[in-house]
Design a binder for this molecule. Sequence first.
Ligand code: NAD
Ligand code: DAU
Length: 356
Amino acid sequence: MNKSSIKIVVTGGAGFIGSALIRMIINNTEHKVLNIDKLTYAGHLESLESVADSNRYQFEEVDICNAEKIKRIFNEFGPNAIMHLAAESHVDRSIDGSAEFIKTNINGTHTLLEEARQYWQGLKGDRKENFRFLHVSTDEVYGELGDTGFFTEETPYDPRSPYSSSKASSDHLVRAWHHTYGLPVLITNCSNNYGPYQFPEKLIPVVILKALQGEKIPVYGTGENVRDWLYVDDHARALLKVVEEGTPGETYNIGGHNEKQNIEVVHTICDTLNELVPKEDGETYRNQISFVTDRPGHDFRYAIDASKIEKELGWIPDETFKTGINATIKWYLDNMDWVEAVTDKNYNLERLGIKA
Ligand code: NAD
Ligand code: DAU
């Protein structure tokens, strides 16, 4: 692929990872980006303010399930690559209501694949040869691990929540479009991301904000579940590398080798806040921790073996958990206006994911 300047359609670019990806592409490359996003509760153009005026950035408010609009966009913009991140992404919401997950994650991916196939089949020469469709997926498709072991690209699929099974379905569709039609696809399966601009319903921003608001910090079950954390900008760099240098048909696992029990993550955040914004009464933020009803079907442990992308594409994370969590906490402290802007509509402070 000509890496100097290409046109990329990013789906879900107003979300947490998509906006980090677009900021990185606009700031660090000469590529042009067209962002397709439906602007659900999780999509916020406020996250893209720093690049919105670039003449290499465009936005279309479109649902990926709308085949007619997707066809028009592909034909008008003429992308060299599609980076597909749009999804319903929160496990707890998928437990409370799975319909949107099926629509967007499965039917939406199917619509994109079909439109990408037709568009790609109409290309000629190098443009056809070099076209790429990157599907951004999750380590949750592999199910859960016990106390030991890692997910590799060969680990059999065993999704266990409505969210992860909808993502697994979409991964299978993407592979089928490669195998059957030859569409040059790539799939990435990444571990838990954290960093700036994450909507405050996922563990790390929930803990930071509940702590600062003096509320109870909800830890599901015993807090012993393990997640493998990756700073979002490291994920964004990996995604661009896979699009530019990955081999079509291949899958790449992405992770930061940062396995932590949830309670360790919560303690780290509380202790960092104790230093950065000590409470007037001298109490520790740890006193706000509250162990609550567990997530139904809660996967015990995720851990990624990222050696394939490290060896084949030379990607390694820049951030350790310590540097990344410090940067994240400081970002939230400095950007409460963003938090207010994205939470004043449709923000549900109630506990999600216990209707099962
Ligand atoms: P997010 O929920 O923050 O953002 C999702 C974006 O998709 C939002 O901007 C939303 O408006 C948009 N969207 C939703 N439905 C749409 C539709 N029908 N049409 C167009 N746009 C739509 O999600 P995220 O955390 O940024 O995750 C992005 C992708 O990465 C997802 O595919 C997710 O499965 C995957 N992933 C996430 C993580 C993580 O830890 N957050 C880890 C691995 C993989
Ligand atoms: O592993 C990758 C996945 O990571 C992505 O595919 C998902 O899109 C992303 O949301 C994330 O899923 P998790 O379910 O692991 O993330 P979440 O932040 O919701 O939860 C992380 C862990 O913290 C999990 O074990 C549940 C627990 N938790 C979560 C919340 C929101 C709590 O203990 N308390 C909470 O309030």
